[in-house]
Design a binder for this molecule. Sequence first.
Ligand code: MLC
Ligand code: AMP
Length: 518
Amino acid sequence: MSSHNLYSALRASFPADVDTVALEAVGGDGPTLRYTWRDLDEATAMMANLLASLDLPPGSRIAVQVEKSVEALMLYLATLRAGFVFLPLNTAYRSAEIEYFIGNAEPAVVVCSPANFGWVSKIAFNAGTRHVFTLDDTRQGSLLQRAAHHSREHRPAECGADDLAVIIYTSGTTGRSKGAMLSHGNILSNAQVLRDYWGWKQGDVLIHALPIFHVHGLFVAIHGALINGSPMLWLNKFDPAAVVRLLPRATVFMGVPTLYVRMLAEPGLTREQAAHMRLFISGSAPLLIETFNAWQERTGHTILERYGMSETVMLTSNPYAADARHGGQSERRGGTVGFPLPGVSLKVVDDQGQPVPTGDIGSILVKGPNVFKGYWRMPEKTAEEFTADGYFRTGDVGRVDARGYVTIVGRSKDLIISGGYNVYPAEIEGVINEMAGVAESAVVGIPHPDFGEVGVALVIAKPGAAPDPAAILTTLKTKLANFKIPKHCAVVPELPRNTMGKVQKNLLRDAWSHLFKA
Ligand code: MLC
Ligand code: AMP
């Protein structure tokens, strides 16, 4: 039986009339394109049949680094449908990063943009990948050409709830990225909980403006709409003015805080323009209370903030309506991430792993059907991140107040979240430290009005050397994804250290925190 195949569950929620519009691709330079539910079903069948025809071993990974498009979404759904494992890759990743992911995941199939075929296929074939297809955001490339020869009918593969559906790479505090393994059951259970908790209903229309290579855009947004049979207004790239223009035709919007900050800069964002909307959701990074308040004032809507991560999908959410589990509280409280979602068990513990008193700060641990199956081929790392009683260590630091609201106050992991993307200082420091004339470096996150937080690189020169900060940033750009590049670099005489000799990043953050203050 195929009842645990995530695609089957989504397909079962399509509206009865499959000839209505499921996706309207708007914006950009191209024409507006409309895709019906039938298009979605048939195109994913054709792609799933193509994948099935390749005679791949069970559990094969399909690694995908392509620009956002409806066809890229179809490829994701087709991979689920065919029972293979989808591996999305940020389009910003450069060759060294892609080489690592492909080498580590050993995908059977790689799909890349036609423009990158030369270098990506070389990496893939060297790593033993048998098939490399191309797809761009204007429906060109070998993937669609090949899929066109396949049947529009396809029976979803039989899957168990614990079978792998997706691997999402998350960077590590030390060492290389880890592939978080999510099962059909992990993702589906979370989608069902969110459908109920956020009150999805008939008539909802989602504006989809996030990238689809991370949890927020790929799971929370897409599954939210599909599992409710709701159409999406689809933007391949976020454009604040375009989103504001679409508000009267939509009911739900999801964004990282930077998207809200940019929309607030649009004069067209008014109470009238947002009157048709039912729900604005924010997550992936802390939403500043100023943004929360400004949004309320401008639009009359209270943003609902939620919290999650790649390893767990969504964990907590402010209430959409009265939450009976919490005395019927319905307030969306700015600065908090709300209550643990139904089915999620969350505790805050001290350094000994003991629960702290209500309101005290500690490490956040979680358990639930949404929590992942472990890191790809890293059993020791997986074991380290789980407690003996099966809780996953999020690396986030927070508290739960007497009313049950969770607040994230910081992170124990050395992580910068910039515009909703995670940046690990250790990775950037490693690349800078290899450069000529550099003795050592420290990368810290400081406040930024647009991205929330950005990296600053502080570099110690080798004796007699004078490395050029601008050249350091230029070299970094050739090696790392653009969102990881620090927004400022300075050569400094020394780095503050504690008695153990460890660099005191908190002091550096304080010293540089005013750099981008408005
Ligand atoms: C782009 N740049 C960034 C950046 N995005 N720098 C830091 N942080 C970012 N997030 C770089 C660009 O390459 C460019 O550099 C310069 O900054 C200005 O770019 P821009 O034109 O302003 O950026 P834009 O293309 O408009 O992208 C900004 C953005 C995008 C906010 C739309 O970053 C975005 O879509 N963020 C969403 C990320 C997301 O979906 N996260 C969810 C993760 S899931 P240069 O040098 O080229 O000028 C997760 C779990 C959960 O966290 O809970 O949801
Ligand atoms: P990722 O590894 O990309 O999935 O990022 C997950 C991390 O993003 C979490 O561990 C948190 O640190 C952070 N995060 C997600 N949502 C929120 C939020 N609403 N507020 C603060 N931090 C968040």
